[in-house]
Ligand binder design. Structure first.
Ligand SMILES: [Zn+2]
Ligand SMILES: [Zn+2]
Length: 413
């Protein structure tokens, strides 16, 4: 029988990588805490309808990337392909926006999309997701951008650039949409099959298509900035003024539309040269209509998602220092040492020290090798001579010094 392997696009995070993951996650928690954001952990699975209504039926994610199944009761369920829809559902269900003050939330965890696996893109991938409810902006938009920027800068990403755009609102976008559809329809033969198909349903997506024909067709086309209504224009000006105030390097990109239907006004990405060609590290925007679209009250919201896989890869390439090993490696050098060694290890662990050990008798040479491999700071030797004196020999592996300690006084270790 052949041994089973993991599912394609689903990856084990092995112990030698787990330290890097913890570093990225701890960095995310630390920045979020300093900005006053609290954690919300929605479940990984939601009703399929939530994503259909939240993300829009005509999006790539809903059309072809969701892991959807029917449970034994006949209910259609989907593994979350992104966090926002579930966050909104939870916020509405538990009334977290009552009381007038904005809710600042974050979530860390896996998402699932049936995409073609490639380097840095998996079917189970991980994100930091940040969402703020009830604050119409634009300073809160700038705060969210700043939180993301701080997270990336503190992880050591260089040359950070903020790319921003305004996607307008329900009152000014339809007019632009109509103009864009007629402009694109006249140039239909130059568009790729995907864009031709989504031309009437999701014409904004044509703007960020990477296909050369599509890029040329839209090069001199209508831009949303000329169609923005007064409040949208003011909102955008307020956002970039705040980015200027913080000295952030930003540019406006008319092609930045993001993939999902629910964005309104602010859309943004942060790019870094540290990540080479696929250089958008993270992105997000404002989604003032989503709460109402999911059956809740009209609650403005803004947020972003940052993929963690590439950040972990970047830290790995930079040879980030390995996490520290245990305080002690305990080596029983004769069979009589196994029981007292076992007991001592437990007493030290109960006192808050980390102790690694293998419960078998081995030569000193092989135990030294193990201690070294685990990165232990000190070796505890327990052999016949030590047992006779009710002592242990402690070897400091860096300083290469030895001393004796009483076997029965764990407080001295
Ligand atoms: Zn508007
Ligand atoms: Zn295209």
């Amino acid at each position: 029988m052949t041994a089973l392997a993991a599912v394609r696009g689903f990856k084990d995070i092995l112990p030698d990588q787990a330290g890097l993951w913890r570093r990225v996650e701890e960095q995310a928690r630390s920045v979020a805490a300093r900005f006053g954001y609290v954690e919300l952990r929605p479940p990984l699975m939601e009703k399929t309808e939530l994503f259909q209504r939240g993300l829009g039926e005509a999006t790539d994610v809903v059309e072809k990337e969701m892991y959807t199944m029917e449970d034994r009761g006949g209910e259609r369920l989907t593994l979350r392909p992104e966090a926002t829809a579930g966050m909104v559902r939870a916020v509405l269900e538990h009334n977290l926006v009552e009381g007038g003050r904005p809710a600042r939330l974050f979530c860390l965890g896996p998402m699932f999309r049936y995409e073609r696996p490639q380097k840095g893109r998996l079917r189970q991938f991980h994100q930091l997701d940040v969402e703020v409810f009830r604050d119409p902006g634009p300073l809160i938009d700038a705060e969210v951008v700043l939180l993301l920027h701080s997270f990336l800068a503190e992880l050591g990403l260089g040359d950070l650039q903020v790319v921003v755009n305004s996607l307008g609102c329900a009152s000014c976008r339809p007019q632009f949409r109509t103009e864009l559809i007629s402009w694109l329809t006249a140039r239909q033969e130059n568009l790729c099959p995907d864009c031709r198909r989504r031309l009437t349903q999701n014409p904004l997506r044509v703007l960020d298509c990477k296909n050369e024909g599509c890029r040329q067709a839209t090069a001199n086309g209508p831009t949303l900035s000329r169609h923005l209504c007064g409040p949208c224009r003011e909102h955008f000006d307020g956002l970039v003024a705040a980015l200027d105030l913080m000295g952030l390097n930003w540019v406006r990109d008319h092609r930045l539309v993001r993939g999902l239907d629910y964005y309104t006004r602010t859309a943004f990405e942060v790019h870094s040269s540290s990540l080479g060609s696929q250089n958008a590290v993270a992105g997000g925007g404002r989604y003032d209509g989503l709460c109402a679209q999911l059956g809740g009250p009209d609650v403005p919201a803004v947020g972003f998602a940052a993929g963690l896989e590439r950040l972990v890869m970047l830290l790995a390439e930079r040879h980030a220092p390995a996490p520290p090993g245990p305080d002690y490696y305990l080596a029983p050098l004769c069979s009589e040492a196994l029981d007292p060694g076992f007991k001592l290890a437990h007493q030290l662990r109960a006192r808050g020290l980390s102790v690694a050990a293998d419960w078998e008798v081995g030569s000193l040479k092989s135990r030294l090798k193990r201690a070294d491999k685990l990165g232990a700071a000190k070796l505890i030797m327990l052999g016949p001579e030590e047992l006779a004196r009710r002592e242990t020999t402690i070897r400091d592996l860096a300083a290469k010094e030895q001393r004796a300690l009483p076997l029965d006084d764990p407080g001295l270790y």
